[in-house]
Design a protein around this ligand. Structure first.
Ligand code: DAH
Length: 338
């Protein structure tokens, strides 16, 4: 074996042009079977008085080998990959097309964000529902004409199983399983047997919200939705409540906001009324509480339900409901900045 001096000279002069030469260097100086294993094993034959100096020399040499190894690796990288490539690897790559969130997702998340900040949590229910949760427990008696407000896709008859026509069914599922106070938001997909047009679709999305506690009043409903409307559509938004009918609320109200496009002057979006309907709402009917084994003498609550597509259409002046499901990139691309 060569002397330490010889090895040092050889190390300093080492140069690798190919991966093979580099690998040979690694095996000789870096691997477990490197010459250093051999050099250390010679330690036994070195007289005691020289052991320390010998050890130091080998260690220095070993450090030198490691530094050299790093330098050779860096050199080889730049030599082989960049300068020898038949093209310029330093040029920026062409940009891949990055998608955006769907407008329905954007609006749903925004609604959730607004209500979460005022203490609502999130609940989910199944899209395939039984008659009890979609209708009967919500105070739609069998054969009641109110069921006709919602054209239903039935999957099975007797017992009836259907695609849920609204997210109000989640109210029942939550109230059956939770003790008040309850303050929750239920976003989800709903289905109705409607002919598809610019204004109607057989699949759309709703967000249901409700609050049950002692002493909840209509004032709480008004303030909560007023807060929502201002957060969603801007602080100058006005809200009005129109008397309405839903089987599961009493009294019931339709919620309108001042038209955010014409600011109330009248335009074709608000059909020259200055107002846009955004949700149905009301105080939860005592019968609904009883159906869920909640004492209506002890608790009261409000509920509301709104269509996510409708909110998105108002927010961005979208005039055709079908755009949400057609997956036309020219439409979807416009929501990148939200
Ligand atoms: N479920 C109703 C629908 O789909 C919307 C609704 C109205 C929900 C009033 C409510 C409410 O919670 O109180 O037409």
């Amino acid at each position: 074996m060569n002397s330490i001096e010889d090895i040092k000279k050889e190390l300093l002069a080492a140069n690798c042009k190919t991966q093979e030469e580099f690998e040979a260097f690694r095996v000789k100086y870096i691997s477990r079977k490197s010459i250093f294993a051999e050099l250390f094993s010679r330690m036994m034959n070195v007289p005691d008085s020289e052991k320390k100096a010998y050890g130091q020399n080998i260690n220095e040499l070993k450090n030198l080998a490691h530094d050299k190894f790093k330098a050779l690796a860096a050199n080889l990288d730049s030599e082989s990959e960049v300068s020898k490539a038949p093209y310029d690897l330093t040029l920026p790559s062409s940009k891949g097309k990055i998608g955006s969130q769907h407008p329905i997702t954007i609006v749903r998340n925004r609604i959730i964000e607004i209500f979460e900040k005022i203490g609502f949590n999130i609940s989910h229910g199944p899209e395939i529902e039984d008659d009890w949760h979609n209708f009967t427990a919500l105070n739609f008696p069998p054969n009641h004409p109110a069921r006709e407000m919602q054209d239903t896709f039935f999957i099975k008859k007797d017992p009836d199983i259907a695609l849920r026509t609204h997210t109000s069914s989640v109210q029942i599922r939550v109230m059956e399983n939770t003790k008040p106070p309850i303050r929750t938001l239920c976003p989800g997909r709903v289905f109705r047997n409607e002919a598809i047009s610019a204004r109607a679709h057989c699949i759309f999305h709703q967000v249901e919200g409700f609050y049950v506690n002692k002493n909840v009043s209509f004032v709480d409903l008004k303030q909560t939705l007023f807060h929502f409307a201002k957060e969603m559509f801007g602080k100058d938004t006005k809200v009005r409540y129109r008397p309405s009918y839903f089987p599961f609320t009493e009294p019931s109200a339709e919620i309108d906001i001042s038209c955010n496009i014409c600011k109330g002057d009248g335009c074709n979006i608000c059909k020259y009324t200055g107002w846009l309907e955004i949700a149905g709402s009301g105080m939860i009917d005592p019968n609904v509480f009883e159906n869920c084994k909640i004492d209506p003498d002890k608790y009261t609550g409000f509920a509301f339900g709104m269509g996510i597509e409708r909110i998105a259409m108002l927010k961005w002046e979208i005039n055709d409901l079908r755009l949400f499901t057609e997956n036309d990139i020219r439409f979807l691309d416009q929501f990148k900045s939200f």
